[in-house]
Design a protein around this ligand. Structure first.
Ligand code: SF4
Length: 170
C-alpha cells in the first residue's frame, strides 16, 4: 500500500505526494510547457500552478488524482473562497460561456473526462496521464466549442509540443 504524506520538491516547497488535479489544469500546464515555459513562476493570484507544474516536470512518476473540485492548484488561490472559485470568466472570445469561471471550468473538465475516459478519484502518474492525453485527446475544438477566435489552434499546437517535450519524444 502507498504511504501518503508530503514531499519536498526542488524549489523547496512542500507538496502532498498525491496531487489532486483537474484535467483542465493538467492540460494548461502542458500547453504552457509546450509554449516554452520550462520553469513555472508564482502567479499574482497566489495559486499553485507553478508548484504543481514544477513537481510534474521534476518527476514524471508524480502521482495525480483526478478531481473536478478545486484542486492543488486552486487551494492557495485568492479566488478560492471556502473551496469555491469566485472568479468571473473573461468572456472575450467566448461570449456564450458561463459568467462564472467555475461553471465553464466544470463543463471543460467534464468534457475532458469523457474524452480521456477518466473519472474523479482515478489515479495516474503524470507520465501515464500525459500518454493518455496524447492517445485520446483528438480534436480539441470539441472541448472548447465556446471559443470563437483562433486561440484553440494555438492551444492545440502548444499542447502537442508540450506532450512531446514532456514525454521526451520531441
Ligand atoms: S480555478 Fe479559480 S480558484 Fe482555481 S486557480 Fe483558477 S481562479 Fe483560482
Amino acid at each position: 500500500m502507498r504511504s501518503e504524506g508530503s514531499i519536498r520538491i526542488a524549489s523547496g516547497e512542500i507538496m502532498e505526494d498525491v496531487i489532486r488535479i483537474r484535467p483542465l489544469h493538467f492540460v494548461d500546464i502542458l500547453c504552457d510547457y509546450g509554449a516554452g515555459t520550462d520553469v513555472f513562476e508564482p502567479h499574482p493570484f497566489g495559486h499553485a500552478v507553478h508548484t504543481v507544474a514544477n513537481a510534474m516536470i521534476a518527476n514524471k512518476e508524480t502521482m495525480l488524482e483526478i478531481t473536478l473540485e478545486p484542486d492543488a492548484v486552486c487551494i492557495p488561490c485568492v479566488h478560492n473562497v471556502n473551496n469555491v472559485c469566485d472568479s468571473l470568466l473573461d468572456r472575450t472570445g467566448r461570449p456564450t460561456a458561463p459568467v462564472m469561471m467555475r461553471d465553464w471550468d466544470l463543463a471543460i473538465n467534464q468534457r475532458w473526462c469523457r474524452r480521456l475516459g477518466i473519472a474523479e478519484g482515478d489515479r495516474f502518474t503524470t507520465r501515464e496521464l500525459c500518454e493518455r492525453l496524447r492517445d485520446r485527446k483528438g480534436d480539441i475544438n470539441d472541448i472548447f466549442p465556446e471559443i470563437i477566435d483562433n486561440r484553440i489552434k494555438i492551444k492545440a499546437v502548444n499542447l502537442d509540443k508540450g506532450i512531446e517535450k514532456f514525454l521526451g519524444t520531441a
